[in-house]
Design a protein around this ligand. Structure first.
Ligand code: MG
Length: 395
């Protein structure tokens, strides 16, 4: 299945005022248009992007519209929104199955919202991101000179949704919808056209932060969202570190990285005391800002007495995956005066990879001694340091 994205950026923003089109204003140090285009260019489900621009922008496009890793076409916007979208639709490739349309002035939609809208359109033909109304909605009638308005009726709030973009359509549905433009239908979004063309339009739960920058007063709000986004959700990589140490005692088996190691002593602890698993567990949880091993698997909880640390690591990986993160790689240093861990490294990587659901090549383990210094150097304990790099899954 191939998907095209259309960014509707043809408007001049009469309501916005100002000396340049509102989509060229910067929020959080980046133009609103650049953010919206990047959302779609970087989206794994999108194969090409068409941007409808005002003529003055098209004549001298900003640098971020000049080069791209995916096909990126610039077309002239029309007098009305639907004219811009029609122009852009005409510029999509012939083999496109689905088209997702997004307002340039909604720079904070998430990749997940784009994914959900596309998926709903594939299933139902047409889909629109929309937020359930939180305010009570009144239909009003304007008095003669429009300076006063009177409530005509109160609409049932539970049935009211506020439409956003993205909106997505199969090619056939969008063609039917845009055919109405030529018949003179004047609308504020494409979902209305699809609806008028007789196609069911599915609602996808929108996002509160997916604001439309329409008025100058929206800019300070946009700055706040941009700042929060750059601090948390927009960065694709997350790093985490983990450390653990257990004492070596008589009468316990030694298990490192899930592998039994031939040695005359083992590590003391509530569970199997596998320091390698514990350090990696803390590193992946840390990268996800999801607390630590002690919080999820407290050693005061009898369920975890003699628990396999591999199982705890597997559960930690589920927590991490639930937060939309995947492990890129893990690097581990095992500090042990004795025994030598080198002969067991391949077996440890394979075992850890199996329980983490990653390829063994994502895991590196190195053995170090502590040169006779400290408790680890005197052979009283084994310690482990781990670092994990995680990446946000884009869908
Ligand atoms: Mg531990």
């Amino acid at each position: 299945m191939r998907t095209a994205a259309i960014v509707a950026a043809g408007g001049h923003g009469q309501r916005f005022g100002g000396v340049r089109p509102k989509q060229l204003y910067e929020v959080g140090g980046r133009a609103v248009l650049e953010r919206s285009v990047a959302l779609l260019l970087e989206h794994p489900a999108v194969d090409e992007v068409v941007v409808a621009l005002p003529p003055e922008v098209l004549a001298d496009p900003p640098p971020y519209l000049r080069v791209s890793v995916k096909p990126l076409r610039l077309v002239p916007g029309g007098a009305r929104r639907q004219d811009s979208v029609s122009n852009a639709f005409a510029a999509t490739s012939d083999d496109i199955d689905v088209v997702v349309i997004h307002d340039a002035v909604r720079p904070f939609a998430s990749a997940d919202l784009v994914s959900r809208t596309i998926a709903a359109a594939v299933e139902s033909g047409a889909a629109v991101a929309a937020l359930a109304a939180r305010d009570t909605i009144k239909r009003v009638r304007h008095a003669g000179d429009a300076s006063a308005a009177f409530v005509q009726e109160t609409l049932p709030r539970s049935e009211m949704y506020l439409a956003q973009t993205p909106q997505a359509f199969t090619r056939r549905v969008l063609r039917d919808a845009l055919a109405l433009v030529e018949q003179g239908h004047d609308v504020t979004d494409e979902a209305t056209l699809a609806e008028r063309a007789g196609h069911p339009v599915r609602v996808v739960e929108g996002e509160l932060s997916n604001i439309k920058i329409t008025l100058p007063a929206d800019l300070p709000v946009a700055e706040v969202i941009a700042r929060e986004g750059s601090a948390t959700s927009s960065a694709p990589f997350r790093v985490g570190t983990g450390y653990d140490l257990h004492r070596l005692v008589d009468g316990r088996p030694l298990i490192l990285g899930g592998v039994p190691i031939a040695f005359d002593r083992g590590l003391q602890g509530h569970s199997d005391a596998d320091v390698v698993c514990h350090a990696i567990t803390d590193a992946v949880l840390g990268a996800a800002s999801a607390g630590d091993i002690g919080r999820h698997f407290p050693d005061t909880d009898p369920r975890y007495a003699n628990a396999s640390s591999l199982d705890l690591l597997r559960q930690a990986m589920e927590i991490v995956r639930d937060r939309g993160l995947s492990v890129i790689n893990v690097d581990v240093v095992v500090v042990a005066e004795k025994p030598k861990v080198a002969p067991y490294i391949d077996a440890m990587c394979a075992r850890l990879a199996e329980f983490m659901g990653v390829d063994a090549s994502c895991i590196s383990i190195k053995g170090k001694t502590n040169e006779g210094v400290d408790a680890t150097g005197r052979g009283e304990a084994i310690a482990t340091h781990a670092v994990a790099l995680l990446c946000k899954r884009s869908q």
